[in-house]
Design a protein. Sequence first.
Lengths: 221, 137
Amino acid sequence: MWQALYEELADRNFVVIAVAMDSRPADPLPWIEAAKPTYPVLIDRDHRLAELYGVVNVPQAVWIDERGRIVRPTETAGVYEGFRKMNRETREMPEEAARLSEQARTTYIEALRDWVVRGAQSEHAFPAEQARAHLPALTEDMATAQAEFRLGQFLMRHGQADEGARRLAEASRRHPDSWCIWRQQAGVNEQGFAALPDFWERVDALGDRRYYHRVDMKGMP
Amino acid sequence: MVTVLTETGEFAVPGAEASRDVLWLAGRDAESATGWQVKPEGLCRGELCVPLPAGREGEFVRGPSVNVAALWRHLGQPAVSSDRGDVWVLARSAGDRARALDSLEAPDFTLPDPSGRQHSLSDYRGKKVFLVTWASW
């Protein structure tokens, strides 16, 4: 999704760093090979970015300027939850949902381009106080959840699947808002997506709450 | 053998005395894994020293050895262990994370690419960075 923009802005002192929140190093490889990105793609097996930046879902993004300062904290990156309106048998997307998804994508890419070109002058670059106001709220339960997650991942890697699974479940219990934690331990379907009935149940249980958090950006659905 | 997972990495510590509730590390191991060491002022990490609670010093320190699990709890930081106490994760508190983010300095990290080469966020200082997550699931 970002390769075209990256190529377009290649001479603008800009880099995309795409981080896969995947537990098995082999998992993201087919995707990476198909997309052939020319920017760095990193593997975050233990969800370090969740610990540091409060990432709870994918895709989420952070904008960081040349001095290493956060310009836009962790937020949904150019997607809309159109899939919730999808027909689960036929996998057809209603037109409105498809339109909103496309609107989310183009709005976000345009905003990102604007920032890369205009820097702090861009209306999408938050001044310090606004950036602070948009930081994710971090609780001690979330910090403990991430520690349990890291423990669970370690145990899974070292042949202790039962205890590992219990720890991942505990992590999810403590941090129920994190789809990263939940989907990491959920079962996957034949395409490799964590989109089995338990996923749909959990999505439906959100009710009116967003699967992808709202983004404070003009034109974003 | 006890494995301790911290901010800086994974440390295998032979001879640690560990259970579900306690993690006694020899002074040198405590310092390597966590940066904390015993000093006359108490337990210290760099410039920061934490006095030991009066009457409860024995919970934290035995000679040069440190019960880092007790220290972590005392500091209000997450310390989780496997059932057998042979794997520990010593993490940072949400308060610490939030204070770091409040500075708006993007926290540095080091992660591998698919070939195993390590990349740090700080490698890209001087460029605008769009840090974006994704997953195969």
